[in-house]
Design a protein around this ligand. Structure first.
Ligand SMILES: [Fe+2]
Length: 200
């Protein structure tokens, strides 16, 4: 899931977790809304899709942003916990939330938080991939995200964790995935959202 967040007053915007296959869509959305991108932000090193941040950065001359623990060589702005990204009147506070990956960040706005793959719907991010750390994820959830205002709405990078398919009553083996019969994990079918942030 990607997010295009724009400031209604200044037409400044940031794009979060862009996917390579959706570049034209992002550009069309931004143009239609009259938004000018200031930052291309990856909430973490993605194992499940190709980021468009580098390609868009080269095309538009807009810096990419990741946590300073990221090993990506093209990152223009490396951020750390507590820092704030500013675009027009948008203020995105960076929360370093390792666990899913060691470079995971969440982005807090006054009334919402983008959780990347740290917190999903009814699940947390995987910790079995390189850089994963269950204890760090526990701390990130309880010491960072759960300390935010309870009215804060959360927006995830991945809609939900791929569900394990049920076991066959006969063989005891797991049956083929249930996501529409395609066998593809749920993130391959995620949509994208664009919204404007209320003036702060
Ligand atoms: Fe991820």
């Amino acid at each position: 899931m990607s997010y295009l967040i724009g400031c209604a007053e200044t037409c400044s915007a940031v794009l979060v977790d862009p996917e390579l296959s959706q570049i034209d869509r992002y550009l069309a959305l931004a143009a239609r809304a009259g938004l000018r991108l200031h930052y291309l932000i990856d909430t973490h090193t993605h194992a499940d899709h190709f980021s468009a941040a580098r390609e868009l950065s080269e095309r538009l001359g807009v810096p990419t942003v990741m946590h300073r623990a990221s090993s990506a060589p093209y990152v223009g702005v490396r951020v750390d916990d507590g820092e704030t990204l500013i675009a027009g009147k948008l203020r995105l506070r960076v929360l370093h939330t390792p666990g899913h990956t060691d470079d995971s960040i969440c982005l807090a706005l006054p009334d919402r938080v983008l959780t990347g793959d740290t917190l999903l719907r009814l699940a947390t991010g995987r910790t079995d991939l390189p850089g994963g750390d269950p204890e760090a994820l526990h701390d990130s959830l309880f010491e960072k995200l759960l300390r935010l205002d309870g009215r804060c709405r959360s927006f995830r990078a991945t809609t939900t964790r791929a569900r394990r398919s049920p076991r066959s009553p006969r063989s005891g083996r797991r049956t083929r995935a249930s996501s529409g019969g395609s066998g593809r994990p749920s993130w391959s079918r995620c949509g994208r959202s664009a919204w404007r942030c209320p003036s702060t």
